[in-house]
Design a protein around this ligand. Structure first.
Ligand code: FES
Length: 208
């Protein structure tokens, strides 16, 4: 304002600028509060996310010897097979020379499945059903000497995408494009018929 008490055009412009500045800061602060709400909400795991990580149960008592079932766990297909004593015996007869990683040194499995049969118990095999080459779903070809896989086929899994072959423990055969064995997820038995995929110890049941 000029000394003579008259409001000049410059005074009007100056107070308008101050108002606009205050208003902008105010809107910015409110905007920041509203922007923060969905952001904070996204930190909390949703029910769906919890469900995705929840353990999956399988009643293995329903599996006949030589049968396989599939279950989804964390968006992955998990193969569960009840092997016959003959299937297990064949695993022990396969020479190391025909397998890329016979002792699973470079492959992914829990410590309790880092053995020749790649499992906690001889009869039940649990593997992630994605080929370790490019992720296709291998097919069960459990019958030895069967069809297109030739007379010396010992039984196992065959990936139709590029021809990787795995034995009845998910170990990859030499000559396959896949370089490591099928992965074994964490799992435990909470009783003799209940297999729980996603936990390493029966005491963890219910922990999602
Ligand atoms: S994805 Fe299985 S062989 Fe390529």
């Amino acid at each position: 304002m000029a000394d003579n008490g008259v409001t000049t055009e410059e005074d009007v412009d100056s107070s308008r600028r101050k108002f606009l500045l205050t208003a902008t800061v105010g809107v910015g602060a409110v905007g920041a509060v509203f922007a923060a709400v969905p952001f904070i909400a996204s930190w909390k795991p949703s029910e769906r996310a919890r469900a995705l990580g929840a353990p999956a149960k399988v009643d293995v008592s329903k599996l006949e010897p030589g049968q396989m079932t599939q279950v989804t766990w964390r968006k992955q297909q998990i193969f569960v097979v009840r092997r016959t004593p003959e299937m297990v015996a064949k695993l022990q007869q396969l020479g190391d020379a025909v397998l890329k990683d016979p002792e699973s040194k470079s492959s992914e499995q829990p410590e309790y499945a880092k053995n020749e049969i790649r499992s906690r118990t001889p009869e039940i095999l649990v593997v992630v059903g994605n080929c370790t080459h490019l992720g296709c779903l291998p097919k069960p070809r459990f019958e030895a000497g069967a069809g297109e896989l030739g007379a010396d086929w010992p039984g196992g899994f065959f990936c139709p995408c590029h021809g990787s072959k795995f034995d009845m423990a998910g170990r990859v055969f030499e000559g396959s494009p896949a370089s490591v064995n099928l992965r074994v997820p964490p799992y435990a038995f909470t009783d003799e018929r209940t297999l729980v995929i996603g936990i390493d110890d029966a005491s963890q049941e219910g922990v999602a």
